[in-house]
Design a protein around this ligand. Structure first.
Ligand SMILES: O=C(O)CCC(=O)C(=O)O
Length: 308
């Protein structure tokens, strides 16, 4: 992880407020993606290569019924339970590979806690992610996810760990229907969407693009979570630039200065672009469902028994 710098104050109503201190974790503000709506944070190398390999193995080893396949072809798993139709988590215990070794959930909490309050516990707890569900998505090259919101069932603070391959995440915004002839697509209904936004027109051209490298952590919060959409275009290869794009095949990324990758930095400086074929990418999205089924403790206990 890059070296800590002094945090700067922002007044965006974001979930994170900073007091600044020397802590075991660098201040979150250092990782803020500039020129996108508040707020996105990109943390390179959040885990080691060994931890990445271990997590990929545990996900792959999961029992076959754990996998679901969705329309676009990608596979997914839910850990911690699934959501009912009315947005209530039907809880199940999280597996050891997320809570014990390599203890990713605690590491994210410590990182957010340290960054938001200057302490790794106690004060600032109310701004914690407090993940109770982890969504695993597996994308083959050429697979993506259409523009969507994760919706109001979750706390507006999510953290996504990328494993195995890079991808480019697109940030989209809704359009005002009174805007003059904007390029539009219609919002895709999706099970995790906020029904209130179904059918609202969204801009065909993304507001921003973020290059997500393997082992990085992306945190989305505040209005970027509550009033924007995110998507991954179904490409087999990405061509990224840090300044203006020359063709529709290229995208300008907003987090070029946060990548901490000397090779990509050289390519961007010398050629103006970096390109790479996508491999299989697995993402782990950590989030907090606000409503949890009461009596869920019973199913949690049953789940724990089943695992022993
Ligand atoms: O794979 C990712 O990075 C994003 C996943 C996502 O947006 C979702 O499953 O809702």
């Amino acid at each position: 992880m890059p070296i800590s710098t002094e945090p700067t104050a922002h007044d965006d109503g974001g979930i994170f407020q900073h007091s600044g201190s020397s802590s075991a974790f660098p201040a979150l503000e250092h990782f803020r993606v500039q020129n996108v709506p508040p707020a996105a944070y990109y943390v390179p190398d959040f885990i080691t290569e060994e931890e990445e390999a271990y997590l990929l193995r545990k996900v792959e080893e999961s029992p076959q019924p754990k996998w679901k396949r969705v329309g676009s072809g990608r596979r997914l798993q839910y850990w911690g339970g699934t959501m009912s139709k009315n947005g209530v988590l039907l809880p199940e215990p999280l597996p050891d590979f997320l809570t014990a070794f390599p203890d990713i959930i605690q590491r994210i909490e410590s990182f957010l806690g340290a960054a938001s309050s200057g302490k790794s516990e106690g004060k600032g707890k109310e701004r914690a992610l407090d993940a109770n569900q982890v969504l695993v998505n597996e994308y083959e090259p050429g697979q993506g996810i259409s523009p969507h919101e994760d919706g109001p069932a979750f706390r507006p603070l999510v953290a996504t760990l990328s494993l195995g391959s890079h991808t480019v995440l697109d940030i989209h915004h809704y359009l005002s229907t009174t805007a003059p002839s904007p390029p539009m697509v219609t919002s895709m209904p999706s099970p995790s969407d906020d029904p209130a936004n179904e059918g609202r027109p969204i801009a065909a051209i993304p507001l921003a693009h973020l290059l997500l490298l393997p082992r990085s952590l992306l945190i989305l919060s505040s209005s970027l979570y509550t009033s924007h959409l995110h998507a991954i275009a179904p490409r087999t290869k990405d061509i990224v630039r840090s300044k203006e794009a020359n063709s529709d095949d290229e995208v300008v990324i907003s987090n070029a200065d946060l990548l901490c990758d000397a090779f990509i930095a050289d390519r961007l400086r010398e050629n103006g672009s970096w390109e790479k074929e996508r491999g299989v990418r697995t993402s782990l999205t950590f989030r907090h469902a606000e409503k949890v089924l009461k009596g869920g403790a019973f199913s949690m206990a049953l789940g724990a028994l089943r695992r022993t």
